[in-house]
Design a protein around this ligand. Structure first.
Ligand SMILES: *Cc1c(COP(=O)(O)O)cnc(C)c1O
Ligand SMILES: [Zn+2]
Length: 484
């Protein structure tokens, strides 16, 4: 066995740390919010300082060597084991192929159209087709470790979701099986048919609540406070931890030089953007990178509490207030009261302290711009969901505001696969958006299937005549010239 395949020997000493009152709790129990102040937790490795004894250059060598590992437990997000959750044993780690998603450079044509050097990181190429798998792989590995230690015979995992969290939770629960059962709570009619099909296909119990995500979240919180369930929403700090892998992968892809990179990330519950900041800061603290990239959060004008907060320049004048959301094509980010907002504030402060003013910013985009971002990207070879479209819209908005230039490499987060959100594409193509979205399709971007021959006409023809007739119609439609 090559040394890259050896499971790391390092074990950290992790604790939950409350961002509200600084209380600390042991990780032998599942905690979501602070019993004292209801604040959200971060997970900290108390021995993190000892990792600093290893020079940054050595860490880079270790992670690069591990990229070739044939040890399944180290092939996904746990390639970065020491920075992730270094309390798990090899047997605990659940790997369904998550992580290692590619960065795909935009075509010269698209770059010409936008005047921006964009790249998409395709997190829709994760197993359940969204980035949520990064966090779920970590959360389920931790659950497996708990089950092993406590010998639990039943663990009911519960989550509220805008669609992708439940798809991911149900997938991982169905794989782990045994005592682990999955229940997902969804806002009725507010997830796409594809996202509904996923937990159903994974065999989860799917419960619907009339309302929006924020309503589901309140139900789930009540359950977590009063009953024995394992909560898998982003209050679960293990998920945030797993999502840090996005930052580690971006740094490694760019050979550990992230200076001059601009990342655009959609903000819903703000778990993703939190994890990305936390991840880069860890790399920076260990000397694995020597500068931070710039990070832009993007929000729709229909769900923009984080944008509103940061739109006030003077930190002392800022004031957080939840907003009532209105329908958004970036449905997975349609959240008025982000659970991880305190985490954003915590890391944004540190991010700016290291990276300087403007290292973290939030831009706001319209629903129209989000849809056109998605359609424009995908007409040029990308596979972006609406939130991925939101990132392109955000980059264009930042360019308009003079915040990014044509020289910088811009990494857009396609947080899910295009196919999960094709219903919005279809509404755009068929001009059938309900008015509350405020999207007016541009006819020149519409696309629709065209029938080549009428079924009644087909029935009246012999098979040979039918083939000929159909082919003739195709020739006419395309204006084909005959071979000579
Ligand atoms: C969950 C999700 C988001 C929002 O991420 P947060 O961590 O909640 O901010 C964006 N896009 C997709 C596709 C998602 O599934
Ligand atoms: Zn607290």
């Amino acid at each position: 066995m090559a040394d890259t395949d050896l499971f790391p020997a390092y074990r950290g000493h992790m604790e939950y740390f409350c961002l509200g009152c600084s209380a600390r709790f042991d990780i032998s129990e599942l905690h979501y919010t602070c019993p004292t102040c209801s604040g959200v937790f971060l997970l900290r490795d108390l021995d993190f300082e000892t990792l600093k004894k290893t020079p940054g250059q050595e860490w880079r060598r270790i992670f690069d060597a591990r990229a070739a590992s044939k040890n399944t437990a180290l092939r996904g997000i746990f390639r970065f084991y020491e920075l992730m959750a270094p309390v798990m044993e090899e047997e605990d780690i659940v790997f369904l192929g998550e992580g290692n998603t590619p960065e795909v450079a935009s075509s010269p044509t698209l770059r010409g159209l936008t005047g921006l050097k964009t790249v998409y990181k395709n997190d829709g190429q994760n197993p359940s087709a969204s980035f949520k798998d990064r966090g779920m792989a970590c959360a389920f590995s931790y659950l497996k470790a708990l089950v092993r230690k406590h010998g639990w015979d039943q663990v009911l995992t519960v989550c509220a979701s805008t669609g992708d969290t439940s798809a991911s939770a149900a997938l991982y629960a169905s794989y782990v099986g045994g005592p682990v059962k999955s229940v997902v709570i969804l806002p009725q009619g507010k997830v796409t048919p594809q996202q509904l099909a996923q937990p159903l296909g994974s065999g989860a119990v799917v419960l619907e609540v009339p309302g929006v995500f924020d309503d589901c979240m309140k139900v789930v919180e009540h359950l977590a406070d009063n009953y024995r369930v394992a909560l898998l929403n982003s209050k679960n700090a293990w998920r945030i931890l797993g999502q840090e892998s996005y930052a580690f992968e971006v740094a490694q892809w760019h050979d550990w030089d992230v200076s001059g990179l601009c990342l655009f990330v959609p903000i819903g519950n703000a778990g993703n953007v939190t994890a990305i900041m936390a991840g880069f800061l860890k790399l920076y603290d260990l000397g694995i990178i020597t500068a931070l990239p710039r990070l832009f959060g993007v929000q729709s004008h229909h769900a923009d509490p984080v944008f509103r907060y940061y739109s006030v320049d003077d930190p002392k004048e800022r004031h957080y207030e939840p907003v009532a959301v209105t329908p958004s094509v970036a449905q997975a980010a349609m959240i008025g009261n982000p659970v991880s907002f305190p985490r954003v504030r915590h890391f944004a402060e540190r991010f700016e302290a290291v990276g300087g003013k403007g290292a973290f910013q939030v831009v706001q985009v319209t629903e129209q711009a989000i849809m056109e971002g998605m359609i424009l990207a995908n007409r040029h070879g990308h596979i972006a969901c609406t939130q991925g479209g939101e990132c392109l819209a955000g980059a264009l908005r930042a360019k308009e505001l003079g915040l990014v230039s044509a020289e910088e490499t811009i990494i857009l987060d396609a947080t899910a696969h295009q196919l999960k959100f094709v219903d919005f594409q279809n509404m755009y193509f068929t001009n059938s958006f309900p008015p509350e979205f405020g999207v007016t399709p541009r006819p020149e971007l519409a696309n629709a299937p065209e029938l080549v021959i009428d079924p009644a006409e087909k029935a009246a023809l012999s098979p040979e005549a039918y083939t000929l007739k159909a082919a003739e119609n195709v020739v006419k439609r395309l204006g084909l010239a005959a071979k000579r």
